[in-house]
Design a protein around this ligand. Structure first.
Ligand code: NAI
Ligand code: MG
Length: 502
């Protein structure tokens, strides 16, 4: 690792010329006031390819001074009203244009995502990039469908409500789905007429920066979207604390979510939090076994398990515990772990050295607690890169640390249960409540359990389905507020009641 990164080496295997050119086009800057500018401090940081640990690119390290500058531009842009008071059909067109531009550059964005994050290109191409475009397209339609009410007031009065944008929104996102999370945040905020300051995760800034370029290309009015790369303490905390930011939307760890909430008290900014999870995935003997094994595999190994709604606690009815965990282990073993740029790869490296050490630490903790790694349980054999073998732990008790704490890696904790009540009791016995799944052919059992589980999303006979039309968010310490669907409109609007005396 040196001061002058060699893009050819760090990005070896990349096919998109556009992606390579983007990486080579020098240190990346901040998008402030409609222009790309260096951080005021002049500082930069490195973003790595986690598959080979080499530096892809230098990126501006924004901090408080840059956030202050961006907020000034954002406030001006919001109050001038070019965006907030633009006709809704026109706003729709901008969002559609951004969706089209994402699709037009899908190949390049997918490679940049895989280079920066390590996720298999198979996933970037089929999930992350199309999902981002679809999210913009879905919210494009919402601009013209944000209604107020006519309230049943006394005949001497006329009372109605307006739904107005919240104002300047700070949006802090994680590294696990970099472009998709940017879309989940930016698209509904724009549909409602807000202006946005986005802070991508320091591990994966590249696709958000490329999205910034595409947004400029779309002709969106100046300073409606600004992007500040940098670290949590610094760029992130300055957004969370800023007295002139009206709302913060955060996705990330529960620990940092609590800090964001504390920081919001200064000006009582609105907060929505999408935090961690330890989601129960419950399998009954009457389930379609092939789909249950496949779905459970996807639930915990997709994106190397770095998914907030990962099915990390696999509850299996005790009569079939050995058989099911054998099949899951077999399927885990068959996943191709390796170079994420290859189309046949199903698991790449974890995102960073920090996450690698963290997950390996949990593997040791699991073994010490008495769990058995039926498969995996160690780092990958690759010479370089942050690889971890897909792991299925058996003999796990719900009280063990590996069943209580979010590991955020390819580690399934398989736990036996007796009956429906036991499955629900153990499933709910967690501080989290982001998602859950149940596999059974008994339709009334499926629906009874779906109601009994304390989670923001429940999947029946599938895992991980997400669509921009349906809400996503957590119960308990998985956060509050619902993103996606019509529910995100609540996050990004405030309601005004207007009385007229007749
Ligand atoms: P993190 O919560 O520290 O980072 C998420 C985002 O918050 C990043 O943009 C980061 O720069 C920012 N941030 C960090 N500290 C901040 C602060 N004090 N004020 C404002 N912004 C701040 O997550 P990290 O450290 O990358 O991962 C640690 C663990 O968090 C993971 O192992 C996983 O368990 C969990 N996590 C959960 C995610 C989810 O989607 N629910 C996503 C990422 C991490
Ligand atoms: Mg952190």
């Amino acid at each position: 690792m040196g001061a002058t990164p060699s893009v050819e080496s760090a990005a070896r295997g990349a096919k998109s010329q556009a992606a390579l050119e983007f990486l080579k086009s020098g240190p990346k800057k901040l998008l402030i006031g409609g222009k790309w500018v260096a951080a005021k401090s002049g500082k930069t940081f490195e973003t790595l390819n986690p598959a080979n640990e080499e530096v892809l690119c230098l990126v501006a390290e924004g901090d408080k001074a840059d956030v202050d500058e961006a907020v000034k531009h954002a406030r001006k842009a919001f109050e001038e009203g070019k965006w907030a008071t633009m006709g809704p059909h026109q706003r729709t067109r901008y969002l559609l244009k951004i969706a089209d531009l994402i699709e037009k550059h899908a190949e390049e964005l997918a490679e940049l995502e895989t280079l920066d994050n390590g996720k298999p290109i198979f996933e970037s191409k089929n999930i992350d990039i199309p999902g981002a475009a679809e999210t913009f397209r879905y919210y494009a339609g919402w601009s013209s469908k944000i209604y107020g009410d006519t309230n049943p007031s006394d005949p001497g009065m006329f009372n109605f409500t307006l739904r107005e944008p919240v104002g300047v929104c700070g949006q802090i996102i994680p590294w696990n789905f970099p472009l998709l999370m940017a879309a989940w945040k930016i698209a509904p905020a724009l549909a409602c007429g807000n202006v946005v300051i986005l802070k991508p995760a320091e591990q994966t800034p590249l696709t958000a920066l490329r999205l910034g370029e595409l947004i400029l290309e779309s002709g969106l009015p100046e300073s409606v979207v600004q992007i500040i790369t940098g670290f949590g303490p610094g760029a992130g905390s300055s957004i969370a604390e800023h007295p002139d930011i009206d709302k913060v939307a955060f996705t990330g760890s529960t620990e940092v979510g609590k800090l964001i909430l504390k920081a919001s008290t200064g000006n009582l900014k609105r907060v929505s939090l999408e935090l961690g999870g330890k989601s129960p995935n419950i399998i009954f003997p009457d389930a379609d076994m092939q789909s249950a094994v496949f779905g459970s595999m996807l639930g915990i190994f997709m994106n190397q398990g770095q998914v907030c709604c990962a099915g990390s606690r696999v509850f299996v009815q005790e009569s079939m515990y050995d058989q099911f965990t054998d099949s899951l282990a077999q399927m885990a073993q068959s996943l191709t772990l390796g170079n994420p740029l290859e189309t046949g790869t199903r698991m790449g490296p974890l995102v960073s050295k920090e996450q690698h050490e963290r997950v390996l630490g949990y593997l040791e903790i699991g073994k010490k607690e008495g769990a058995k790694a039926k498969v995996g349980g160690e780092a990958g054999n690759q010479e370089r890169g942050y690889f971890v073998k897909p792991t299925v732990f058996t003999d796990v008790k719900n009280s063990m640390k590996i069943a209580r704490e979010e590991i955020f890696g390819p580690v399934a904790a398989a736990i036996p249960f007796k009956d429906e009540n036991d499955a629900v009791f153990q499933g709910n016995d967690t501080t989290y409540g982001l998602a859950a799944a149940v596999w059974t052919r008994d339709i009334s059992r499926a629906h009874k359990i779906a109601r009994a589980l304390k989670a923001g999303t429940v999947w029946i006979n599938c895992y991980g389905m997400i669509d921009p039309m349906s809400p996503f968010g957590g119960y308990k310490q998985s956060g509050f507020g619902r993103e996606l669907g019509k529910y995100a409109i609540d996050l990004y609007t405030q309601i005004k009641s207007v009385y007229t005396k007749l």
